[in-house]
Write a protein of this length. Structure first.
Lengths: 166, 193
């Protein structure tokens, strides 16, 4: 049989998926359990800083950390960038901000999504609050996103203005 | 998160699920609040796969329940699935050759941990089948035979999906099964993995 040239070369979608299942450990497990209950847990490191999201080991000494503390469900944006091109799997399927958010009571910032209409609405120091997912599962996505409260935190010192909301 | 039914314990530490110290300061979430211990994090990559001309010819054959390999112009060996060139001499393959559909078990192993939606119940046998006329073996699942009866040299045939389900896919062969033919000598299968 001679080789026949196909008129058309085939093409098809191919999805490679890894069904990872990982254990959380007691610290991350408590953090995720808290999220499911709409509460945010952090951990105190050896230097006394409140680290959120919690880490299992001290960032400097590597010693195990065990003192968990609850922090607020509001906070401030410490850094951010605007996401205008949306890809599959991103938490919000519309343009949004990716921001470092320091929750009230925490000394470190966590990365999450801020639902804002336009980049002009987002500023460093802007106050945000958690919008919880409708059906919490014990995942970081139980925080559906953060939303702007409308307030800002003074850049240097001063007290944190009380904002409305929860 | 509630574990799915197919979750299995793959290892345990002597002191329990993990060895880190229990944290303090965790609020009481209520007696019926189950602590999160595991999370499922599927990672997927989405491609558009183009098999190329030689593999397209092979897949078109599979849709007709034919195994179409291609012959090396120098050694005469028939490679399946074809890649359009001889892996030994690097020259383009020039002749399409139908092989099989019968073959011989060239190697096999017993699978105790299956994965994927289409995996048969464990334990089952995964096998390399050397199709009659081919130089290299094809991978498949061997069913319809007790595991202890499987042996190298055993003669097998493919079991196809119903005709209306045939498509451009190696999954057209659901599995392989033994046929009533004498075994081939295992020595003849050497070098044909």
């Amino acid at each position: 049989m001679a080789n026949q040239e196909s008129t058309e070369v085939l093409s098809a979608p191919l999805v490679i998926e890894y069904p990872f299942l990982r254990t959380t450990g007691p610290v991350i497990g408590a953090f995720l359990t808290g999220l499911r209950e709409q509460r945010v847990l952090a951990i105190r490191d050896t230097a006394g800083r409140v680290v959120c999201p919690p880490v299992e080991y001290d960032p400097e000494s590597g010693a195990p950390l065990t003192e968990m503390v609850e922090v607020g469900t509001e906070g401030e944006i410490t850094s951010w960038s605007w996401v205008s091109a949306i890809r599959d799997g991103q938490p919000l399927q519309k343009p949004h901000a990716l921001a470092m958010i320091k929750l009230d009571g925490a000394d470190t910032s966590m990365l999450h999504v801020v639902d804002a209409a336009a980049p002009g609405d987002v500023t460093t120091g802007a106050r945000v609050r958690i919008r919880w997912a409708d059906e919490p599962e014990g995942l970081i996505t139980d925080i559906a996103c953060f939303e702007l409260t409308g307030g800002t935190t003074p850049q240097h010192g001063g007290t944190t203005p009380q904002q409305g909301g929860n | 998160m509630a574990p799915a039914d197919n979750d299995r314990v793959v290892s345990t530490l002597p002191e329990g699920l993990w060895s880190q110290p229990q944290p303090t300061g965790v609020p009481d979430f209520g007696s019926d609040a189950e602590e999160v211990q595991r999370l499922r994090l599927p990672a997927s990559m989405r491609y558009r796969f183009t098999p190329g001309k030689a593999m397209t010819r092979y897949l078109e054959g599979l849709k007709e329940k034919k195994f179409l390999g291609e012959r090396c112009p120098v050694t005469g060996d028939v490679y399946i699935p074809p890649r359009g060139m001889s892996p030994v001499v690097g020259l383009p393959t020039t002749e399409q050759v139908e092989v099989g559909p019968k073959g011989s078990i060239a190697s096999f192993c017993v699978v105790h941990i299956g994965f994927g939606e289409k995996a048969p119940p464990t334990p089952f046998v995964s096998a390399l089948v050397l199709l009659d006329g081919a130089a290299v073996s094809t991978y498949g699942t061997l069913l319809e035979v007790p595991i202890e009866d499987v042996r190298i040299g055993m003669r097998v045939e493919p079991v196809w999906v119903p005709d209306e389900e045939l498509t451009y896919s190696a999954e057209n062969v659901t599995h392989w099964r033994p046929i009533d033919e004498p075994d081939v000598a295992p020595e003849t299968l050497k070098g044909h993995f």
